[in-house]
Design a protein around this ligand. Sequence first.
Ligand code: ADP
Ligand code: MG
Length: 255
Amino acid sequence: MIIAAYNPKDGVGKTTTAVNVAAVLAGMGHSVLLVDLEPDMNASISLGVRPSQARPSAADLLLGSRRPADLVRAVAGVANLHLITGSPALGSIDQMLRHVRQPDRRLADSLRPFVSEFEMILVDCPAGYSLLPASVPEAADHLLVPIRADYLSLESLAHFLRWYRDLRRARRARANIVGILLTMVDYRRRATSEIVEIIRVHNRRGVFRTEIPEDPRAVEAPSHGVPLVAYARTRAAIAYEHLTRELLSRVRRRR
Ligand SMILES: Nc1ncnc2c1ncn2[C@@H]1O[C@H](COP(=O)(O)OP(=O)(O)O)[C@@H](O)[C@H]1O
Ligand SMILES: [Mg+2]
C-alpha cells in the first residue's frame, strides 16, 4: 500500500508526518519503505543521512538508472524502516523526464516493484503542482494531507481540493484523500479554534480526529537524525502514534 504525505503548499508538515508515521508503523512491526522525493532531502536528513550520501536516490529510481534493489537502504536505529533518499537531482527531474514516454506515469511504474516487498510505502512529496508532485496521485493509494490551522492554509486547501476533484474527474488520479491532518496546532493563537472549526465543518469526516500540536522538539529532532517519536515523548510524538492508528483504521475501512 502506498500512502503519500501530500499538499502542494510548503511548510505544512508533510516531511515531519511522513518520517514519523513511517517510524511508528515500523515500530509496530510493519515493513516500511519511505521514499523521499524532495531535492533538499529533508526526510532523509531527518533519518540521519548526510547530503553527501544522497546517491543512489529517488532520482535514479525515476530515471531507471539503477536496479530497484540497489536504491533501498536500511535506516540506522529504526528496525523495519527502509529509505530511498531524496537528492538535489530531483530539482531538475521534470526536464530530465521530458523525453520519456508518459512522464506522469513514471513514479507509479517505478514504485510498483516495491509494493509486494513492503507492507507500507510512505512517500514524502515536494510542494507545488509541477510534474513530480502532480504524478503522485496516480502512484499512491492514499493521500494524507497535512495542513496548518491558519487562514492562508485554509484558502490553499480549498484551491487544492478543487484542483484534486478536477484531476479525479479527468481520471488522472487514483489515490483517495484518506484524511486531512491538522499540524502545528497551537490553541494559544487567537484564530486557531475558529479555523479548526471551519476546516472540520467543511470537510466533515475527511479530517483526522487526531491533531498534531505545535512542538519545538519536532523542529529539533531532525538535527539529531532521529524521528521525533524516537527522540522525545512529547505530546506531538504521542499524537503521531494516535494518528498512525487512526490512519490504519481508515485505510482498512476503505478496502
Ligand atoms: N508539530 C510541529 N511543531 C512545531 N514545528 C513543526 C511541527 N511539525 C513540523 N514542524 C516544523 O515546521 C517546518 C515545516 O515542516 P515540514 O514537515 O518540513 O513541512 P513540509 O514538508 O510540508 O514542507 C519544519 O521546520 C518542521 O520542523
Ligand atoms: Mg517537506
